[in-house]
Design a protein around this ligand. Structure first.
Ligand code: ATP
Ligand code: MG
Length: 442
C-alpha cells in the first residue's frame, strides 16, 4: 500500500458538487473528486474541486483550519483525487454562491505531473492527442456533458420503444456471411472457419418477424470495414435498429419520427445544464418531418449545380447541396430499387422504385429504412438481381417459407444522431473510444 494515500474508511459522499448551494450555509458535507485547479497564496489555498456533476470552490485559510488540513491542502497538485469533509459557507463572490471550508481532507490518490492533457480546458489540444489520452479528455465538463446527453438519448429511445410495444433483443455479432453481400466486412478466424463481424442486425431482425415477435428493437454495435476516413464514418458504430410486423414504410417512418421527436423534447426538458455547458439550443421540429422523393432530391441537387444522374446514390457533394436547401430533419423516399439492398420491397405501381427511405439532418444521413420484401419468390429474385447467390442466404430464406408477415424497419446511427443532438461535426467526438482507419487504441 502507498503510505502517502488515505483510504476512504467509513466516508461516504453526501453530495455531488452541483447539489450544494448557499442555502446550505453551515451544513457539513463530504465531497469527492479531482483537483481541477489550485492556487497557493502563502496563508491561503484555493482549490476548485471537480466531480462528474460540476465544480465547487474549497478555501483553506491557515488560521481557520487544523494545521494538518492546511499542510495537506498545500501539498495537493492538479488532478489529485481527494475526499473533503467540510462546512458549506455561503459566499456571493464564490462561483455558484458558496464554498467549502474543510475540516478534514483525505488524499485518495496522487496524479503525476506534468499531465499529458489539460482537463481544465485552458490549454487546447488536437483531437488525436485528446483521443490518445481519452480518460483525461473525458474529464472535461464539455466532453462529460456530451456523454450524459448520449445516455439520456438512449434512455428516451428505449422508453419510446417500450411505450410502443417493442421487445428488446440481442442478435449475434459473429456471423457466417454478409448481410448485404457488401465488401465492407471484417473477416475473423472462427476456429477452423472464416467468419465476419456483423455489419447490421438486418437479417436477424427479419427472422424475428417470422418468429412472431411482432416488434423488436436492438441497440448494438455494427462493424464496417470502410477504408475511407471521413468525419461521419467509423469502423465500429452503434446502431439503433427496429423492425415491426404488419407495418409498411409509412408506419416505420412514423415510429422513427416519434423516436427522434421524443428524444429532442426530453433533452430540452431534462438536460438544461448539459445544453448550457455545450452551448447548444435544440429546436423542436414539427411532426411530420418533410418528405422529399428521390426524384425531387435529384432535381434539387442538379438545380444547385451538382451533377447527378437518376439512379445514382447521393454523392457527398449531392448531400451537401441538399443540406443547403433543406432545414433540420427530412425524409427522402421512393428510391430507385437498384441502389437499395435486396431485402427492400419494390413499389407495386412502379417496380423501378422501392419502399425505402433515409432520414436526413441537413446534409447528414442519420437513418435508413424500408418496408421489406416478405414474399419468398420476389426476394430470391432480388438476391439474384444484385448478383448474389441465394444459397448463401439459405438460413435467412428459410424464415420466408412458413408464414412471414409483411414488415418494415430501420437503422438509426446512434453516433450520427449524437452529432446532431450534441452539435458535433466529427463523429469521433460522440464516441468514447472511436475505431477508425488508424485508431485501435485506446
Ligand atoms: P453512408 O451512406 O452514410 O455511408 P449507409 O447508407 O452505408 O451510410 P446504412 O447501412 O444505411 O449506412 O446504416 C444505417 C445507419 O447506420 C446510417 O444511416 C448511419 O446513421 C449509421 N452508419 C452506417 N455506417 C456507419 C459508419 N460507418 N459509421 C457510423 N455510422 C454509420
Ligand atoms: Mg443508408
Amino acid at each position: 500500500m502507498d503510505v502517502n494515500v488515505d483510504s476512504l474508511g467509513t466516508w461516504r459522499r453526501t453530495h455531488y458538487t452541483s447539489e450544494i448551494d448557499g442555502e446550505m450555509d453551515g451544513e457539513e458535507v463530504i465531497v469527492m473528486g479531482w483537483v481541477n485547479s489550485i492556487r497557493k497564496l502563502g496563508k491561503l489555498v484555493f482549490i476548485i474541486l471537480r466531480d462528474r456533476e460540476g465544480m465547487i470552490q474549497v478555501v483553506i485559510p491557515k488560521q481557520k483550519v487544523p494545521e494538518e488540513v492546511f499542510k495537506i491542502g498545500k501539498s495537493l497538485g492538479r488532478e489529485d483525487v481527494v475526499a473533503i469533509k467540510g462546512k458549506v459557507v455561503a459566499n456571493e463572490k464564490a462561483p455558484g454562491g458558496c464554498e467549502i471550508i474543510p475540516i478534514e481532507i483525505k488524499v485518495l490518490n496522487r496524479a503525476k505531473s506534468p499531465l499529458p492533457l489539460d482537463p481544465s480546458e485552458k490549454v487546447p489540444a488536437d483531437l488525436d492527442t485528446r483521443l490518445d489520452n481519452r480518460f483525461l479528455d473525458l474529464r472535461r465538463p464539455k466532453i462529460t456533458a456530451l456523454f450524459k446527453l448520449r445516455s439520456e438519448m438512449l434512455r428516451v429511445v428505449r422508453n419510446t420503444f417500450y411505450q410502443e410495444g417493442f421487445i428488446e433483443v440481442n442478435t449475434p455479432k459473429l456471423v457466417a456471411s454478409a448481410t448485404e453481400g457488401g465488401t465492407e466486412l471484417f473477416p475473423i478466424s472462427y476456429f477452423e472457419r472464416e467468419a465476419f463481424l456483423s455489419q447490421s442486425p438486418q437479417l436477424y431482425k427479419q427472422m424475428l418477424m417470422a418468429a412472431g415477435f411482432d416488434r423488436v428493437f436492438e441497440i448494438g454495435p455494427i462493424f464496417r470495414a470502410e477504408e475511407h476516413n471521413t468525419r461521419r464514418h467509423l469502423n465500429e458504430a452503434v446502431s439503433i435498429d427496429c423492425e415491426m410486423s404488419f407495418s409498411d414504410d409509412k408506419g416505420a417512418m412514423e415510429m422513427l419520427e416519434k423516436v427522434v421527436y421524443n428524444t429532442l423534447v426530453h433533452l430540452k426538458d431534462h438536460c438544461k445544464r448539459e445544453m448550457e455547458v455545450l452551448d447548444i439550443d435544440l429546436k423542436i421540429p414539427d411532426i411530420p418531418f418533410p418528405r422529399l422523393t428521390y426524384d425531387e432530391a435529384v432535381d434539387i441537387i442538379n438545380a444547385k449545380g451538382v451533377e447527378m444522374e437518376w439512379g445514382e446514390d447521393l454523392s457527398r457533394a449531392g448531400e451537401k447541396a441538399l443540406g443547403e436547401y433543406m432545414e433540420g430533419f427530412y425524409f427522402i423516399t421512393d428510391w430507385p430499387r437498384d441502389i437499395r439492398p435486396f431485402y427492400t420491397l419494390p413499389k407495386e405501381e412502379d417496380p423501378k422504385l422501392c419502399k425505402a427511405f433515409d432520414l436526413m439532418y441537413k446534409d447528414l444521413e442519420i437513418a435508413s429504412g424500408a418496408q421489406r420484401n416478405h414474399i419468398y419468390d420476389l426476394l430470391v429474385d432480388s438476391i439474384k438481381r444484385m448478383g448474389l447467390n441465394p444459397e448463401s442466404f439459405e438460413s435467412y430464406l428459410q424464415a420466408f417459407r412458413y408464414g412471414m408477415p409483411p414488415h418494415a424497419g430501420w437503422g438509426l446511427g446512434a453516433d450520427r444522431f449524437m452529432m446532431v443532438l450534441g452539435g458535433q461535426k466529427n463523429i469521433r467526438e460522440c464516441v468514447l473510444f472511436p475505431r477508425d482507419r488508424h485508431r485501435l487504441t485506446p
